[in-house]
Ligand binder design. Sequence first.
Ligand code: ADP
Ligand code: MG
Length: 375
Amino acid sequence: MGEVDEDDYRAGNEVQRSESPGIRFMQRSNINGPIYERIQQVGEGTYGKVYKAKNKITGALVALKRLRLETEREGFPITANREIGLLQSFDHRNIVGLSEMMVERNQVFMVFPYMSHDLSGILQQQEIKISDGEKKNIFRQLLEGINYLHKKRVIHRDIKGSNILISTDGVLKITDFGLARAMKNINPKVESPNYTNRVITLWYRPPEILLGSTDYGREIDIWGIGCLLLELFTRHAVFQGTNEVDQLLKVYDIMGTIKTSEWPDADRLPWFEMLRPNFHTESKFKEKFGGILSTECFDLAASLLRMNPAQRMTAEEALRHPYFQEEPAEASLEFLKHVRGEWHEFEAKRKRKEMRQQQLQQQQHQQQQQQRMSI
Ligand code: ADP
Ligand code: MG
């Protein structure tokens, strides 16, 4: 299994930098006691918890992403190894940088510079107002990061708000390369790439993945980016399916069912026949978003969210879109300096849960009072 994985990695030739991908440095922190003082948990992920911590010597704030090793029987987890290898090959302002690896009491951590917010956390706080110029700034940084990855033949495969970090000084960084892959060299005569299609959080999954495609490309990230552009304006995910079939229906509901004129080879997708809807709907995209986006912004969103992946705009093209030239101009993200609290999806979820509980308690209290009154 390990061999296959390494092959995949090497295939993305530009990604590769050192002879042996993997861990290049490892910090032992328990010689003079722990170097990092944990402050609080800021994330609960698919394969580990993330903590905010402070370097006791330099005072620098970091995020410690703990790797769950207990689930691995055969040594270091392959997924973590892949994530570390990829991270070490990146060097871009809009991609998170791995500071070091650390071992503490048999636990392994990835150490990152700490970022106060993630996009999901920020968008869920309705009291944080974001102007159109600021949205443009956020979105441009997101495109710069994705364009860098795509140029290096890396597909992120899990684009969503909680994987987009934002610092108080307004720098956006794409993180979480747990699912990312270097693209295999595409040579149709040899084999089709055949990646797993179990990727991408449901709400950000493009139609080709929902229809079973396993030879997808960078376009799957572009769909997620398109979803995030809309989300900057609506503050909530646009296609909220409850399962894979429902997800496809949610997409059809807004974008319309697949037209052969727009996507002639859709019928070659593995689950096309099985999931073929017995109805036709036209796109309601313009109706829904035409009014809340400027003409150029709407055009950009529509180009990123083309049903046919072959017609989807690339990140590079998107960066040249007239949306970035039209008024209002991009505004600096100064407002982040004045945001109270630190907002990651984790805290936003906890806050929502607390609010729901409070509401419930209030309702119960009111009911009890009413009952008492009626006695
Ligand atoms: P997972 O694979 O578990 O989703 P992530 O790398 O996405 O792991 O981390 C989970 C969460 O932890 C993120 O959604 C984010 O809110 C928080 N987080 C991750 N990295 C940092 C960081 N460098 N600074 C601050 N918070 C972070
Ligand atoms: Mg994540």
